[in-house]
Design a protein around this ligand. Structure first.
Ligand SMILES: Cc1cc2nc3c(=O)[nH]c(=O)nc-3n(C[C@H](O)[C@H](O)[C@H](O)COP(=O)(O)O)c2cc1C
Length: 397
């Protein structure tokens, strides 16, 4: 399960992402003891006294969390002690120091770099991506919004850094691939993708009050958890094919299967935040066991053998085969006759599903264009899409 990135060896691909679970050395130490290969500290800054959090700052949304938490309110000096302690006590565990400063203040980035590397951090992660609270201070997501300045920050850090520098990027930009390219051109040694997606938790329709209600007011925040996984999968795969550097994936990873998906899309390591906030550091046991069993089942020696395996399947729509028209095929032995596919096809499709006398639904091959909607919404997975060359649907119907 070991992963080697340059000179650095991770015992397994699982890293605690920067966040509430990496707030202190004591917490990180507990995670290391349980088997986490590495941890990214809560983001450290020089203007830590400005990081005064509101409460509440975390709310549940469907499929994840919304948060308006700021970065660490602990001083860099405190963190230096923490990192020293962690490296002395757990030399094999990888400590990644997350740092942040203003987009136009290279001196502050350099100062934090020197402090963290002297403390013994293995890697630096530059927080270019916190989407709430920090942009107002010209920090966080502002760096992702201005790729040119992000490049300059890396450039100045690389003048003083002796340890690898990873840039943590935001999905809240028009092209994360372009941004990653600028970072690597300026000699970033790795990319972490993604931070949270900008969002809003919702409104209580009885009162009109916002969810995540801070004394009657709220703010836009960052969405995390499984709901953002598709955004992260796209970001990681796009970056993996376009830049030549290790990618650490974050965003919606809940279990070992999610981790394998990200690795098949080019990630070297995976970072987890929200799932740990729900189920604690102990999830590492299931993650490790799952990967171990998967490697054995597929007779793989290491995860490197599957890294990027699925990237070759992603192409522009224009490159996909338009000649092979698939059509829905219903497995009547599994169908529960709920009628959902009929309704969907009738009102949002091609009116290709019809009722037959014995109560079974039929597909009209002249009308079915193979859109896949019926399969997508079938609650018992009894519909398959099969290419049948002999019949071509009449698209004018
Ligand atoms: C409450 C909370 C606080 C976070 N704080 C930080 C932070 O200080 N620095 C940082 O780089 N990312 C921070 N993150 C982002 C996570 O590291 C991670 O990129 C994101 O949540 C997506 O991963 P997940 O879906 O596993 O949570 C925070 C996320 C949450 C939910």
């Amino acid at each position: 399960m070991k992963i080697k990135i340059g000179e650095i060896e991770f015992q397994n691909p699982f890293i605690l992402a920067s966040g509430p679970a990496t707030r202190t050395a004591e917490m990180i130490a507990r995670a290391f003891k349980l088997g986490w290969a590495g941890a990214v500290t809560k983001t450290i800054c020089l203007n830590y006294e400005m990081m005064v959090d509101v409460s509440p700052r975390i709310a549940k949304i469907n499929g994840g969390l919304k948060n308006i938490e700021l970065i660490s309110s602990r001083s860099p000096e405190n963190w230096v002690e923490d990192i020293r302690f962690l490296k002395n006590s757990y030399p094999k565990s990888i400590v990644i120091a997350s740092i942040s400063a203003e987009v136009n203040n290279p001196g502050a980035w350099q100062e934090l770099t020197l402090m963290m590397q002297d403390a013994g951090a293995d890697i630096l992660e530059l927080n270019f991506s916190c989407p709430h609270g920090l942009p107002e201070l010209d920090m966080g997501n502002t760096c992702s919004d201005t790729p040119y300045l992000a490049g300059e920050i890396i450039n100045s850090i690389k003048k003083v850094s002796k340890i690898p520098v990873w840039a943590k990027l935001s999905p809240n930009v028009s092209s994360i691939k372009h941004l990653a390219g600028v970072c690597v051109k300026n000699k970033a040694d790795g990319i972490t993708a993604i931070n949270t997606v900008k969002g809003f938790a919702g409104v209580d329709i009885e009162t009109g009050m916002p969810e995540l209600n801070v004394e009657g007011l709220t703010a836009y925040g960052g969405i995390s958890g499984n709901i953002i996984k598709p955004v992260a999968l796209k970001a990681v795969s796009e970056i993996a094919v376009s830049v030549d550097c290790p990618v650490s994936a974050a965003g919606g990873i809940k279990n070992w299967q999610d981790a394998v998906e990200f690795i098949m899309l080019g990630a070297s390591t995976v970072q987890i935040c929200t799932e740990v906030m729900h189920n604690g550091y102990e999830i590492i046991n299931g993650l490790q066991k799952g990967i171990y069993t998967f490697l054995k089942k597929h007779e793989l020696n290491s995860l490197t053998e599957i890294k990027g395996k699925s990237l070759k399947y992603i192409k522009p729509i224009a490159d996909l085969n338009k000649q092979a028209v698939a059509a829905a095929v219903i497995d009547h032995s599994k169908c529960i006759k709920c009628g959902k596919c009929y309704k969907a096809c009738f009102d949002a499709g091609y009116q290709a599903i019809t009722d037959s006398k014995n109560g079974f639904l039929k597909i009209d091959r002249q009308k079915c264009t193979g859109c896949g909607l019926c399969k997508a919404i079938c609650p018992v997975k009894c519909i398959a899409m099969k290419v049948q060359d002999s019949v071509v649907p009449n698209l004018q119907l």
